[in-house]
Design a binder for this molecule. Sequence first.
Ligand code: NAD
Ligand code: UD1
Length: 312
Amino acid sequence: MARYLVTGGCGFIGSHLIERLLAAGHEVRVLDDLSTGKRGNLPDGVPVMVGDVADAEAVRAAMSGEDGSGVDGCFHLAAVASVDRSREAWLETHHANLSGTIAVFDAARRANPAGPVPVIYASSAAVYGDNPQMPLTEDAATRPLSAYGADKLGCELHARVADGVHGVPTAGFRFFNVYGPRQDPKSPYSGVISIFAGRIARGEPITVNGDGEQVRDFIFVKDLVRYLTAAMGHPRPGAPVYNVCTGRPTSVNRLAEVLAELSGRPLDRRHGPARPGDIRVSVGDPSRLVATFGMSCDTPLEDGLRQTLAWL
Ligand code: NAD
Ligand code: UD1
């Protein structure tokens, strides 16, 4: 059994990852500033250090642990996960999203007397930006449209430095649009599925940004966390990155219709202005993921949406 640090562990994806790690018998501790995450997302007894991932001292302390026990690896998920928020608070989100990642890589190189520990980190499909290739393979050109996407690309570049210069093994996962239980339906910075599901379930109108024909590749959170744990078991040299996606496109309009159908509620859809920096088409090619880890993101969208609605 191993001991891991999960940054951002009180958040949506982090809480599902921790559920899986604990079920496998691992020991977990968390560094989180609780800006969007909640302690209540985690079972009692998981130690949470409240601190900023961009604070190098806090990250070092979280990796070494109060008793100096160190960790066998780090899952790095802490970030301001919203594209919209990165437009409003450019510098602030940059600190969390890029400086925070460098702080994690830096701490990982000194985390153990035995040598650097592996870091499995969250990148994003936002690195592809306005590249219209469909589906997107990992070697497609990266053309971020947002500060968020630019910072995630920066994380991948620094992962190469971590690996090549400092001997820190890493794996980066370009999550496409993740959804599922515990994605906050009340936050305006949350994902479209949780916002729409929450509003439709409460009988409130939804706002579609622009014409609603923008397309996303939605992945169910429980499918995603299997790759993170698998990657920790097999760190690979060369700072690899992997798309985490289904390869299946769904438009925002279609998503709204399916959610209304599944929840048995009428759809009150209004259109607002298109979001600045919004990506038009984002669909990934999962071939590398499937070939490397031998499993695919196989939860059908409707099943994942049912589980999400049931949680609300
Ligand atoms: P989330 O907001 O639920 O989780 C992020 C967590 O990080 C929260 O618990 C938050 O409190 C914490 N955090 C934020 N800033 C911090 C800071 N400066 N210091 C310490 N903790 C901080 O979002 P999520 O959807 O669970 O995202 C997890 C990771 O996955 C992020 O890196 C995000 O960029 C990435 N990602 C998410 C999606 C998605 O569709 N949800 C897609 C691509 C990538
Ligand atoms: C999402 C993630 C981001 C991730 C990226 C990877 C969130 C909050 N953001 O960004 O972390 O890196 O996927 O691809 O999960 N929309 C509406 N009405 C709304 C809300 C959204 O029409 O009320 C539209 C948006 O304009 C966009 C689409 O829905 O076209 C998806 O938006 P959103 O869920 O915010 O995700 P991304 O911006 O794709």
